[in-house]
Write a protein that binds this ligand. Structure first.
Ligand code: HEC
Ligand code: HEC
Ligand code: HEC
Ligand code: HEC
Length: 116
């Protein structure tokens, strides 16, 4: 009885954390723009929330060619690689509601200390 209650409680906690995550906007966006950065700033299509396309990010940031990243000792430039140039969607690497993950690490040994 106690065990099944504990399992049910853990299941509720897990489902909460899954559902709560999309409510968190990253600090760099909240600190820079306050309430001007709200859900509909990025999720511009009415109704159901969908992954925003790159143009949403580009409208504020410019494209990857306009955003230089720091040189690194592996000589890997995530915004301008010979495989993809600047043609990838921003959200391939940058996430808003979870940790970002650079595609390049799937195949290369490289670290990006400033990935947010
Ligand atoms: C309404 C304008 C706006 C939109 C839309 C927007 N951003 Fe931002 N973003 C900013 C501002 C302003 C900052 C803080 C100043 C800066 O670092 O450029 C920022 C900061 C960032 C940073 C941290 C930069 C650093 O060096 O600290 C990243 C990464 C980022 N945005 C990625 C994105 C991505 C990816 C998207 C699309 C999903 C996006 N942003 C959409 C305005 C915007
Ligand atoms: C700076 C842009 C930005 C803001 C602001 C933002 N989101 Fe998102 N949202 C994204 C991106 C990018 C994704 C894709 C998944 C990820 O990066 O975590 C996403 C994914 C989602 C998803 C999942 C959609 C799917 O089908 O994968 C939901 C739900 C969501 N956001 C809700 C919200 C809510 C609610 C808010 C306001 C509290 C919000 N978002 C604010 C950029 C944003
Ligand atoms: C699917 C695996 C894969 C991914 C993902 C990938 N690469 Fe590569 N990369 C390779 C392979 C294989 C080579 C060697 C063959 C070649 O030159 O195309 C290579 C070569 C390179 C080279 C030249 C040789 C070297 O090692 O310095 C650079 C620079 C590079 N990649 C950068 C990047 C960057 C930046 C990213 C992320 C945007 C990335 N790669 C993502 C597989 C990958
Ligand atoms: C292939 C993965 C990848 C894609 C696609 C990508 N980024 Fe990045 N971005 C990174 C990484 C990795 C860093 C951090 C580099 C470092 O730590 O040296 C970064 C850094 C940034 C920064 C901070 C720049 C600084 O001051 O160092 C901004 C802003 C940004 N990206 C916005 C964008 C936007 C907007 C797009 C789409 C137009 C985009 N990124 C597409 C991987 C990517």
């Amino acid at each position: 009885m106690k065990t099944s209650f504990a399992i049910a409680a853990i299941a509720v906690l897990l489902s909460c954390s899954v559902w709560a995550a999309p409510n968190v906007i990253k600090p760099h966006h909240v600190e820079a723009l306050g309430s001007d950065m709200n859900c509909r700033t990025c999720h511009t299509t009415k109704g159901k929330f969908q992954r925003p396309d790159a143009q949403t990010c580009i409208d504020c940031h410019g494209g990857m060619a306009d955003i230089p990243t720091q040189p690194n000792r592996w000589d890997k430039n995530p915004h301008n690689s010979h495989h993809y140039e600047d043609l990838l969607e921003c959200t391939v690497c940058h996430s808003e509601h979870k940790a970002s993950k650079p595609l390049c690490v799937d195949c290369h040994v490289v670290e990006f200390p400033n990935l947010k």
